[in-house]
Design a binder for this molecule. Structure first.
Ligand code: GDP
Ligand code: MG
Length: 440
């Protein structure tokens, strides 16, 4: 996609003014990208309209090209639609603050309940009680009890034969009597939306008046996301959305759909099965993911001027051969410094979006770039080309030379190894030319 789009934007940059036809051609690609990311059709339509209106209504700033303008507007509108800022869980109410989790079966409600409980306990020092209102699925209540034990959070004792409403009331009472700050209600789902589910949720809400009602949705949900969010919001009234399984293949189009249709904030994202795999929702990151083309604004505004195309191609050739030595890492770090981080530069190389995510998860932090470079600069050229040479005594020398510790040198070598492995995986014939990678 990024290749297609940059191609079109390149064509745009060669023309003077931004006319309707230019915009429409560009927007056709944007539209396709959104549909590929599973954004619902209606939302795509209104999104594209919004971009078109703004693009045609705005003057092209002198120093940027028309193509850059379109890209920037797409990005801006996307982030605006997604909500701009992080929206935390609202605990601003008289305790015990009720948080009700709703959603379809398997969406990740129970897991997310435990994740939120842990976050509120660890990070916000709240005393949390969890209660499972799922009397539908066998052992659902036990599942939550097990998770509670695991994370050291209290769960409401299970009493067989109670209705969800009765359990909700008992949970509230217990929380009040025992001085809990927050009570999390984990409800039952269904495989699809039906009247019985909605009625049950409405009843629980009426009986327990939760302060937050969070709709938990699998980020792989495609076109259904809109219906789902709309139904829950109309019938139960949600205060926020949690998007789970963002670690999977989903492009996150559901986020845009649901936000656009309900106007309710996406508060958190689930990034894995582990209990600590819960993160704040950053609209710009999801925007990147949905568009699947790295940071498009930076791509156009910075990369064109700064990244030497030849160098990129040389790098690509090396990657294809599976070679990536410390010299290369140093080059990358130097570029990265210019461009605002290694993840920044990786994101701008066509098709490197995925790799960028992996780098981010490998903890390659922009802040340490300077220190890493100084370590590499203290190595001999041979050492840079052949990191295997770097044994204990050399490590000591390099550490001393760069004013770092040996463990810093080790860390850098380990990161380099991880990157080299990643590069190998990417370069190893799987994709062939960089050009092909761009269509990922
Ligand atoms: P519920 O039916 O809505 O309560 O769903 P569960 O919480 O029982 O989750 C269903 C499955 O999804 C479990 O196997 C979870 O481990 C898994 N799961 C939940 N959230 C995530 C996530 O963010 N990422 C991944 N990879 N798996 C998740
Ligand atoms: Mg459950």
């Amino acid at each position: 996609l990024s290749e297609r789009l940059s191609g079109i934007f390149d064509a745009l940059t060669q023309r003077g003014a931004l006319n309707e036809e230019d915009v429409d051609i560009a927007l056709r690609e944007v539209r396709r990208a959104l549909l590929e990311a599973d954004v619902s059709l209606d939302v795509v339509r209104s999104f594209v309209d919004k971009v078109r209106n703004r693009a045609l209504g705005s003057n092209v700033v002198r120093s940027v090209t028309p193509g850059q303008m379109v890209v920037k507007i797409v990005n801006d509108v996307m982030i605006e639609t997604l909500g701009k800022t992080v929206e935390p869980i609202d605990l601003d109410a008289a305790p015990p603050v009720g948080i009700m989790m709703v959603g379809l079966q398997g969406a990740g409600k129970t897991t997310t309940t435990a994740k939120i409980a842990k976050r509120l306990t660890d990070r916000f020092k709240r005393k949390v009680l969890m209660a499972s209102l799922d009397v539908k699925r066998p052992a659902a209540q036990e599942q939550l009890a097990v998770l509670g034990k695991q994370i050291n959070v209290a769960t409401l004792p299970i009493i067989a034969g109670q209705t969800p409403v009765q359990i909700a009331q008992r949970a509230e009472q217990a929380a009040r009597l025992q001085g809990f700050d927050v009570v999390l209600l984990d409800t039952a789902g269904r495989t699809h939306i039906d009247e019985a589910l909605m009625a049950e949720m409405a009843e629980i809400k009426a009986a327990s008046s939760p302060h937050e009602i969070l709709l938990v949705v699998d980020s792989l949900t495609g076109q259904d996301a809109v219906n789902l969010a709309k139904n829950f919001d109309d019938r139960v009234g949600i205060t926020g959305i949690v998007l789970t399984r963002i670690d999977g293949d989903g492009r996150g189009g559901a986020a845009l759909s649901m936000r656009a249709v309900t106007g309710k904030p996406i508060k958190l994202i689930g990034t894995g099965e582990k209990i600590d795999a819960l993160e704040d929702f950053y609209p710009d990151r999801i925007a990147n993911r949905i568009l699947g083309m790295g940071d498009i604004v930076s791509l156009v505004e910075k990369a064109a001027q700064t990244i030497d195309a030849e160098k990129a191609e040389k790098m690509a050739a090396k990657l294809r051969k599976g070679k990536f030595d410390l010299e290369d890492l140093s080059d990358q770090l130097a570029q990265a410094e210019k461009l605002g981080g290694i993840s920044g530069i990786m994101g701008m190389l066509p098709g490197m979006g995925k790799l960028k995510d992996q780098l981010a998860s490998a903890n390659i932090d922009d802040k340490v770039i300077k220190r890493q470079r100084s370590i590499i600069l203290s190595m001999t050229p041979q050492e840079r080309r052949n990191p295997d040479l770097i044994k204990a005594s050399r490590k000591k020398r390099i550490a001393a030379g760069s004013g770092m510790k040996v463990e810093d040198v080790n860390k850098l070598l380990k990161q380099h190894r991880q990157m080299a492995d990643l590069m190998k995986a990417f370069g190893g014939g799987k994709m062939g030319k960089m050009g092909k990678m761009a269509s990922m």
